[in-house]
Write a protein that binds this ligand. Structure first.
Ligand code: HEM
Length: 158
């Protein structure tokens, strides 16, 4: 009787998001380094810009109304968001699917709203300062979530 060769079934290919989740996000992906560097670079510039504008707000500085001060943050924040979207696609981990990214997006919305109140729409100086400080704390939370990939990052970080 003729022998039939039995080929082993191919293992199903797992999405890279699943592989990363199973390996504690330790798998390195090609091209991630550059994207992440762009993302983190924009994060640093966005933070520095927001801090500086807050200090100018506290000092009632006319610099706050300079054209470049109103334009450059939008360019940085757009790049920040584009790099964030590219990272999620590369990682195959998405907001409203993976909790830590949902937390990041919701916190980003809070940061934008608090930031707008702090630098522009707050009626009194007290309100603007409170919103500015709250926005800085929210920014810190977003970074902590990014570093730990946990919705409640602080027990992990401390
Ligand atoms: C103010 C807003 C944001 C800040 C401060 C921020 C901060 C960071 C930081 C510091 C990292 C590097 C983490 C590391 O070194 O492992 C990072 C990575 C990342 N961020 Fe953001 N981010 C922001 C917005 C977003 C948004 C809106 C998304 C997506 C919806 C996003 C998606 C990602 C992804 C996918 C990574 C890569 C994580 C990994 O390597 O596993 N980020 N972010």
């Amino acid at each position: 009787m003729e022998e039939v060769e039995q080929r082993p079934e191919r293992l199903p290919r797992m999405p890279i998001g699943t592989v990363r989740a199973l390996t504690g996000n330790r798998v390195k992906l090609p091209g991630m380094g550059l994207l992440k560097a762009l993302h983190v670079g924009c994060v640093a510039l966005s933070f520095a810009g927001y801090l500086a504008r807050g200090i100018w707000m506290l000092r009632d500085s006319p610099r706050l109304r300079a054209r470049w001060v109103r334009v450059v943050p939008h360019v940085i924040d757009t790049l920040l968001l584009v790099s964030a979207i590219a990272l999620t696609i590369r990682l195959q981990q998405y907001p409203f699917v993976h909790d830590w990214l949902t937390a990041k997006v919701l916190a980003l919305i809070a940061y934008i709203v608090l930031g707008a109140i702090g630098l522009k729409y707050g009626r009194t100086r007290k309100i603007r300062i409170a919103a500015w400080v709250a926005a800085l704390l929210t920014f810190g939370y977003i970074v902590a979530v990014a570093l730990t990939r946990q919705v409640l990052p602080f027990p992990t970080l401390i």
